[in-house]
Design a protein around this ligand. Structure first.
Ligand code: SAH
Length: 353
């Protein structure tokens, strides 16, 4: 039993069951016992590995893609280069190294990071010394300037709610208590307006997930991009629409039951990109698979260039990295890129059908 489990059980005893979103929020961001507030989960020794840990090429290509989008819009100065949930700062460090040679880009740039974890902010400061990053708790705190933004594996950490189809209504999955342990339960049938259009494409017993914070964030970013120009690359695992239970907990690279060890596992859900892309003020490129995106931007040749003249072990690890990032059986197909952009320039490179 973790300290946070104790706190949640007491809260449930007083207030009744929690939504999955409330549970996720507490587990990830509780100020004392939250997963992201208390630990730095990345890398082989941590709980999970993300694309920037696999290869420097990932951040390089994203940096160059955003720099090209900036050039395509007349190189506005000053502008904001922003990242949501930068982890250890690896992606951004790779992006900044790759864009050094883009004339005027660094001189016009203000670097802004949205990060909840104090421990990770410290690691990001180390990785990005010399670039004077400014940190924020929320995207809404960013200054009002042209915006070029990346978020990798950020949206999957936003709290979801889960609903089980029951007749022509839905029962929400909740977290309650039984015999001193956290257990899943279901509410009585309800009819959330957000799910009105899902009766047509689901049947009895299907589970559907909603993520109101993701839609609100996309709307906010889209509004800024439409008003001031810019582009955003939102990279994550997921699909166009939500169908099925994708709520998962990972600890030390293994899946564990999501209600075990609250605060000590990473909790995520697949991102449903369709609802995020609806009703935006800016343009949206067709959802692109990560493999296609990186292949089009030159992942193969760039890994090849890094391999030139290196020994066999290094070459093998570079081949393996390219494969992991782009192959359909690895991250290539499950991960998608949602690109938002202002219509004063083309869609960001590599995106589109
Ligand atoms: N982008 C990095 C890290 C992904 S993990 C990579 O690709 O490796 C998720 C990141 O988002 C972490 O940095 C975490 O601390 C941060 N984060 C999660 N939820 C957040 C929230 N609600 N507000 C701000 N940052 C958050």
């Amino acid at each position: 039993m973790t300290r946070l489990a104790d706190i949640l059980l007491r809260q449930i005893a007083v207030q009744g069951p929690l939504s999955v979103a409330d549970y996720m929020n507490a587990c990830l961001l509780h100020p004392e016992h939250g997963y992201y507030t208390t630990r730095t989960p990345f890398g082989a020794a941590g709980d999970f590995i993300t694309a920037p840990d696999i290869s420097q090429v990932f951040g390089e290509l994203i940096g160059l893609c955003l720099a090209q989008a900036w050039l395509d819009r007349g190189a506005p100065a000053p502008f904001i280069l922003a990242e949501l949930g930068p982890g250890r700062g690896t992606l951004m460090a790779d992006a900044l190294r790759a864009t050094r040679a883009v004339p005027g880009f660094h001189a016009a740039m203000q670097l802004h990071l949205v990060e909840a974890s104090p421990a990770l902010r410290a690691q990001q400061a180390q990785a990005l010394t010399g670039f004077a990053p400014q940190w924020h708790d929320n995207v809404t705190d960013l200054p009002d300037l042209p915006l070029f933004l990346v978020a990798n594996e950020f949206f999957d950490a936003l709290p979801i709610r889960q609903f089980l189809r029951s007749g022509d209504a839905w029962r929400e999955r909740v977290v309650g208590a039984r015999d001193g342990a956290l257990v899943f339960g279901l509410t009585d049938p309800i009819a959330p307006p957000a799910l009105a259009d899902r009766l047509a494409d689901t049947s009895e017993g299907d589970m559907v997930e909603t993520c109101a914070p993701a839609a609100a964030l996309a709307e906010h970013i889209g509004g800024r991009i439409a008003a001031r120009c810019g582009a955003a690359l939102i990279v994550d695992y997921g699909s166009e629409i939500s169908l099925g239970d994708t709520f998962q907990a990972v600890r030390a690279h293994e899946k564990v039951p999501p209600l075990s060890l609250p605060g000590q596992c990473d909790l995520t859900a697949h991102v449903a990109f369709g609802p995020m892309a609806r009703n935006l003020a800016c343009a949206v490129a067709p959802l692109t698979e990560q493999g296609a995106f990186l292949d089009r931007l030159g992942s193969g040749p760039r890994h090849g260039a890094l391999a030139r003249g290196r020994d066999e072990a290094v070459i093998e690890s570079l081949v393996r990295a390219h494969h992991r990032l782009t192959h359909p059986s690895e991250m290539g197909q499950l991960f998608k890129v949602l690109a938002l952009y202002s219509d004063d320039g083309p869609a960001p490179g590599g995106t589109g059908a």
